[in-house]
Design a protein around this ligand. Structure first.
Ligand code: GLA
Length: 383
């Protein structure tokens, strides 16, 4: 998946979209018919103006992404009657994201999910991270990749309109070693799939685990308990009471964690089960049955009233399936919807939580000279 920028720029120019790149005044942007638009979305605490970039395909799908945090602000796809509706939770404006967000729509880094006690050792040196979730470090720290401004560039790719986002994280930022250069490219594909491709390089040994934290509700309202989920995983990683994996890869057979055949989220979520108790519902990592690094299916979700189907594909070894157990009605989002308990679910393809401290888990170490690659696809259809 090496990106040939020169070729893309030539293509962009021929389609008349190159002038969008770095353009601060949307009125001056010559937008190619229907595929792209952009508008101001607000200003960060540091006074940086950020934009909302909208990509559209010919099937009626549309995604709007902000270059603050790479946030997916809205994602509109058809239901079985062709009615287009927004299937992600979030806010109407940047100020609400800055004030309080449980990572709605966010690109998460440097390390998705938890690192125990905010400490890890690499090459004999101990690193200390901010403790921001109980006794642990969560989702990259106090100012993770979901809270930084990324440098945007619109690309016209043969497979669909794309937004490229770049960010260089400095050596020591949020306690992590190495200057890390990250590129994220979102593409809205012709088949109603949203693809996110991450690449990254470092100048010192470091640890890295990038993911995407959109909250989905395929009905666009209510709770998610009737969504039927299939996860092709024979095992999951059980956790302690602070949601740190114990290190065990536990078979799902005979447990509420067996989603190998499609099952409603609500069917077993209320069962008496220590793991469900620790998570307040599902908030666990599944060990997906597929070869490491190979793009493959991680989950399929079907919502019976709308007929919408979400397939999650990725190159990552694990899937964090989180059922919005911390939502409690206090955050009011788009269209005045107060997000209640389990009104959205996340499917976060990633390496297993706390891998830097778990020698038996696949390595998350990135070394100078290596190129980190991670592809995540959210593909929508109807049934
Ligand atoms: C992840 C975690 C959850 C929770 C959410 C954010 O999915 O696994 O425990 O912290 O992020 O609210």
């Amino acid at each position: 998946m090496q990106i040939n920028h020169q070729w893309l720029q030539i293509l962009s120019a021929s389609l008349g979209v190159a002038a969008l790149v770095g353009c601060t005044n949307p009125a001056q942007a010559p937008v190619r018919k229907g595929q792209f638009s952009q508008r101001p979305f607000g200003t960060t605490k540091d006074g940086i103006a950020v934009n909302l970039y909208t990509l559209r395909n010919t099937k009626g799908a549309e995604v709007s992404i902000c270059n603050y945090g790479g946030l997916v602000i809205s994602l509109k796809v058809p239901d079985r009657n062709g009615q287009v509706g927004d299937v992600v939770l979030g806010y109407d404006n940047l100020a609400d994201y800055i004030k309080d967000t449980p990572y709605f729509g966010a690109m998460v880094g440097r390390y998705g999910n938890r690192i125990a006690k905010g400490k890890f050792t690499l090459d004999g040196k101990e690193y200390t991270l901010a403790i921001n979730n109980g006794p642990n470090a969560l989702h990259g720290g106090l100012k993770g990749f979901d809270k930084v401004v990324w440098e945007p560039r619109i690309l016209a790719r043969p497979e669909g309109p794309s937004l490229e986002l770049r960010y260089t994280s400095k050596d020591g930022e949020e306690g992590y070693p190495g200057n890390l250069s990250v590129t994220a490219v979102y593409t809205l594909m012709g088949d109603n799939a949203l693809k996110l491709e991450y690449t990254a390089t470092t100048d010192k040994d470091t640890v890295l685990n990038l993911t995407q934290h959109s909250y989905f509700n395929l009905a666009g309202k209510g709770d998610i308990l009737n969504h039927q989920v299939m996860i092709p995983a024979d095992k999951f990683t059980p956790v302690d009471s602070t949601l740190i994996p114990t290190g065990e890869l536990r078979p799902v057979t005979g447990t509420p964690f067996d989603f190998r055949t499609p099952t409603a989220i609500g069917a077993r979520i209320g069962q008496e089960n220590e793991q469900l108790k620790f998570g307040g519902g599902y908030d666990h990592n599944w060990v997906i049955n597929k070869p490491m690094g190979k793009l493959g299916l991680m989950a399929r979700v079907y919502e019976p009233t709308s007929g919408r189907v979400l397939e999650v594909l990725s190159t990552e070894p694990g899937l964090q399936f989180y059922t919005g157990n911390f939502l409690d009605g206090k955050l009011t989002g788009k269209g005045g919807w107060a997000y209640q308990f389990r009104n959205g679910f996340c499917m976060e393809p990633q390496h297993y939580p706390d891998s830097p401290n778990q020698p038996k888990f696949p390595s998350v170490v990135l070394k100078p000279g290596q190129v980190y690659q991670n592809t995540i696809i959210y593909k929508f259809s109807v049934q």
